[in-house]
Structures are given as C-alpha cells and as structure tokens.
Design a protein around this ligand. Structure first.
Ligand code: CP
Ligand code: NVA
Length: 321
C-alpha cells in the first residue's frame, strides 16, 4: 500500500486540506472543503456552461488568463480537458511536464508556487504526495486546483456528480456502489456522496479499503463483497486496481482484486436502470469487462466529456474577475 495515500496530512478540521480559501485566495483542493450549496452552485454553473458551449461557444470570461498545469504523472483527460476549458473560455493553458519542474527536487515546492504566481493566473497540479497540493496552495498567491494526488481527485468527483445528475435527474437519495481499490477517486466520491446526499457503499479487498479518516464521518457503508455493495445501486463505479505510483504492486493486486470485477453478472444484481461509471483510464478485462464498458448502461465517455464542463465551472469561479 502507498504510505502517502494512507497517511494524509491532517488540517485543523481533520481534513487533509489547505482549505477552500487560504491567504484570501480561492482554491479547489478537496471536496470536503466545500459546502453542499457551493458544490450545487458549481454544478448549476457547469450545466449552464455546457449548454452555452453546445449552442455555439462560451463567452471569453477568462480572456488574458493563463492556467499553469504542473504534472508529476501522466494524463489524457485532465490535461486535455483543462486545456480546452481554458481555450473555450478565452484563456490559455501552459503544460509543465514532470521532467521540467522537479517539485521539491530541482527546486523547493514553496519556491515553485511563488515563481509560478508571478507568471500565470492559476495553477493546476497533478502530484504524488498530497502534501505538495497543500504546499503549493500555501505558498501561491493565485488559485490552485488539485488535478489528482495520491489522496484524492476532486475534479473527477465534480464531473461525476454532473454525469449522475444528467442521467438520473438528481443525486439525493441515490445509491452509489464502488467496487475496487479504496483510492484517490474513491475518497473524493465518499466526500461527494456525504455532501450531496447519496448513499455510498464500497467493496474492496482486505488491505485496500478506504483510509480510516475518509470512512469516519462520511456515512460510507463498507460492504463485505461486490454483490452486497451493488444491491439496489443506481450507480456502479469502478477504477483501476493499480493506481499511478502503485505499479510495483501490480502483479499482487491482479490476484487480490480478481473477484472485484464489474462484469455483466455483477451488474445484474444492481437496479435494472443502473448506470456504470469509470473515471478512466480503464484496464479492459481487469476491473471492467468490454461487455459492460461498451454496454448500454455505461456512461464512461459522458464522464470523460464532463471533466471539461465541470472544470469550466471551477475555473470560472476561481479565475473570472
Ligand atoms: N480520469 C482522469 O483523471 O484521467 P487522466 O489520468 O487521463 O487525466
Ligand atoms: N486511481 C487512478 C485514477 C486515474 C485517473 C490513479 O491514481 O492512477
């Protein structure tokens, strides 16, 4: 297990976050930092921005603004959806690769934050250690967005909420079942469910459960097995068995997660009209079968598209004057 993911730094409220606002600057670092009202406002804004874009284009509300995108890990969706979101809103995005910056190696993380704050108007960071997210937010004088850490993935959860809303018309009262690793994606889904009134059940192999601080107070139900988790579920969600950074454990994980596959047989045990979600990238034939991923209940590509729309709402809130 990854020690960083399971020992997140704790803020004053017990949440591993610098907060939605630090030094008077707004950030998007952690679902738990935001009230249900704020999350609902972001969703309403995402719906409006998506509609506006589908009708022919967004207004250039971020003209002259540049988002610095700092990546320590690979990405397709996060990189492209943030870049396109900025362009659609009249701004620009600058990609900084893992080799270029060397957070805390070539240069102190605090200095990277201070320097970037002199050049760009916002920072989006994808990193291993969640502490880097906290440090960048602490030392930057511009808004910071967490584009995935070993602890959480709040942008994914917001896009997932938008996708569920589109397909189910509501979030409140739904049952979301997660099958697999209690990882960064699962953590943000747990916080999202607690905030927006979904029942959240998770089935993970022993040793791969959600961190204790996430389970505590979130109302998450730890199911004994996948069948129990998906019973009456409106949404069935899975993610890779081996997250970025856990590659050395891939062989062992393949064996230990074998019974935690979302396949047609498992899906039959959920609600008849359940939707199937995956943050992607998927490992077809491992955590999800082709039949389910390409089947009529799958909404995985809507999810991928919605990253762009949900992030436009975050960018508009944080960067628009
Ligand atoms: N879901 C997601 O964050 O995808 P990428 O790793 O491709 O950005
Ligand atoms: N849990 C996965 C999510 C990828 C978007 C990982 O961290 O690799």
């Amino acid at each position: 297990m990854n020690p960083v993911r399971n020992s997140p730094p704790q803020g004053p409220s017990g949440a591993p976050s610098a907060g939605a606002i630090s030094n008077g600057v707004k950030h998007f670092l952690h679902i738990a930092d935001h009230s249900a009202e704020e999350l609902s406002e972001l969703l309403t804004s995402a719906v409006a921005l998506k509609k506006e874009w589908k009708k022919g284009g967004n207004k250039p509300i971020l003209e002259g603004k540049v988002l610095g995108m700092l990546f320590e890990k690979p990405s397709l969706r996060t990189r492209v959806s943030f870049d396109m979101a900025m362009r659609h809103l009249g701004g620009d995005a600058l990609y900084l690769s893992p080799a270029e910056v060397g957070l805390g190696k070539r240069e102190a993380t605090s200095d990277v934050a201070r320097v970037l704050s002199r050049y760009v108007q916002g920072i989006m960071l994808r990193t291993f250690a969640h502490q880097n997210v906290l440090d960048i937010a602490k030392y930057a004088s511009i808004p910071v967005i967490n584009g995935l850490s070993d602890y959480n993935h709040p942008c994914q959860a917001l896009a997932d909420a938008l996708t569920i809303l589109e397909h189910k018309g509501t979030l409140k009262g739904l049952k979301l079942a997660f099958i697999g690793d209690g990882n960064n994606v699962t953590t943000s889904l747990a916080h999202l469910s607690a905030k927006l009134g979904m029942d959240f059940a998770v089935a993970s192999p022993k040793g791969y459960e959600l961190p204790a601080d996430v389970v505590k107070g979130s109302g998450v139900a730890l199911a004994g097995n996948p069948a129990e988790a998906v019973k009456n579920a409106d949404v069935v969600y899975t993610d890779t068995w081996t997250s970025m950074g856990d590659e050395a454990e891939a062989d062992r994980r393949k064996k230990e997660f074998g019974a935690y596959q979302v396949n047609s047989e498992l899906l039959k045990k959920a609600q008849k009209d359940a939707i199937v979600m995956h943050c992607l990238p998927a490992h077809r034939g491992e955590e999800i079968t082709d039949a389910v991923m390409d089947g009529p209940q799958s909404v995985v590509f809507d999810q991928a598209e919605n990253r762009m729309h949900a992030q436009k709402a975050i960018l508009a809130k944080l960067l628009a004057q």
